[in-house]
Design a binder for this molecule. Structure first.
Ligand SMILES: CC(C)(COP(=O)(O)OP(=O)(O)OC[C@H]1O[C@@H](n2cnc3c(N)ncnc32)[C@H](O)[C@@H]1OP(=O)(O)O)[C@@H](O)C(=O)NCCC(=O)NCCS
Length: 307
């Protein structure tokens, strides 16, 4: 069994190497994960962290580490977030020992929601499931050049939405909630904030696309450049809030809308697109796989409550 203790400044180089190794392996196995890593910056971030980092030592060798960032959601709920570079382990026993201490500290701080983003591979994902986490979301990417020209059924056209389409955006986002509140997701999405949605529509980086059928809106999507994040390629367009009115589903509308946006994005210099979907939203999962998304990461959650 490894020994678990808190990170000391002299351990940082080994933690950075562990993260670099995991990211390198991930990028070898999946072309949508970028190998680029600024070791100096990562080392500085570990040295400067206020949140504790636990490390696992076997003999003299570092065999794992775990830390989290605590974030308050709009609802006031506080969660501990573990990003792919915030954990490493050589097996479930090491992860279990690390989480026993780290999780106890988060719980003592009143943080009962523990969220983990990790590579979508059995060896990275399954140990978390083994210790009680459940898979909630999956992320996927594709190369925009893999998509062809849009093929619209007659009567449909795409227009750019504006801040004046706020009510429409609220309507479509509620439709998405309807889908995910129903089983098998049984999700409990946080209440939609109109002000937050308006901010998104007004953001110059957001493209709010609206599909109309004979002048009536029937679908939407919101896309924006993915913020720089470790492991993601530059020039990636993030796709979100893709929703089609139920009576217009299954006619290729979402596909045509995204293909038209892909053509535009490529002209603007984007090379990749990525998206996150709830794994229990089976229609969305099937749609994105069909559209050509290759899974990259999964998000797992542990909510510590009464059994
Ligand atoms: C997912 C969604 C956007 C798809 O829109 P759409 O216009 O019906 O999709 P398309 O007609 O372009 O479908 C393309 C392919 O996706 C797959 N697909 C779409 N909906 C599906 C469903 N309900 N079940 C299984 N596969 C589905 C099909 O394989 C389809 O291929 P086909 O034309 O050969 O049948 C739509 O179902 C929707 O609005 N759902 C609710 C909101 C939502 O969950 N959005 C995703 C957020 S991540």
């Amino acid at each position: 069994m490894p020994t678990i203790r808190l990170l000391a400044p002299s351990d940082v180089a080994e933690v950075v190497e562990a993260v670099a190794r995991d990211q390198h392996v991930a990028s070898q196995l999946n072309p949508f994960i970028d190998a680029e890593l600024d070791r100096g910056e990562l080392g500085d971030s570990y040295r400067g962290r206020r949140a504790p980092t636990w490390i696992a030592i076997d003999g003299t060798r570092l065999v794992g580490h775990l830390t989290a960032t605590t974030l308050r959601r709009p609802s006031g709920r506080v969660s501990a977030w573990v990003s792919p570079d915030a954990a490493s382990f050589d097996g479930v026993a090491t992860l279990g020992s690390l989480y026993a201490l780290a999780g106890a500290r988060w719980l003592a701080d009143g943080v009962e929601d523990h969220e983990v983003w990790t590579y979508d591979r059995p060896d990275a994902r399954d140990p978390w499931i083994e210790i009680g986490f459940a898979q909630r979301f999956r992320r996927g990417s594709l190369e925009l050049s893999s998509r062809g020209a849009p093929s619209w059924p007659p009567g449909y056209r795409l227009r750019d939405g504006t801040r004046h389409d706020l009510d429409l955006a609220v309507h479509f986002n509620e439709l998405l909630d309807v889908q995910e509140v129903a089983g098998p997701s049984f999700a409990r999405p946080e209440p939609l904030e109109r002000a937050e949605l308006l901010e998104t529509l007004e953001d110059p980086d957001t493209v709010y696309a609206v599909v109309e059928y004979r002048g009536s809106p029937v679908a939407q999507s919101m896309t924006f450049p993915l913020l720089p994040v470790r492991g993601a390629h530059e020039r990636t367009l993030h796709l979100s809030a893709v929703v089609v009115e139920p009576s217009h589903r299954g006619r290729g509308i979402a596909t045509a809308m995204l293909d038209q946006l892909a053509v535009r994005a490529r002209r603007q210099g984007f090379q990749y697109a990525d998206v996150t979907w709830r794994t229990a939203n089976l229609a969305a999962a099937s749609f994105w796989r069909n559209y050509g998304m290759t899974p990259t990461y999964v998000r797992l959650q542990r909510r510590v409550t009464e059994d």
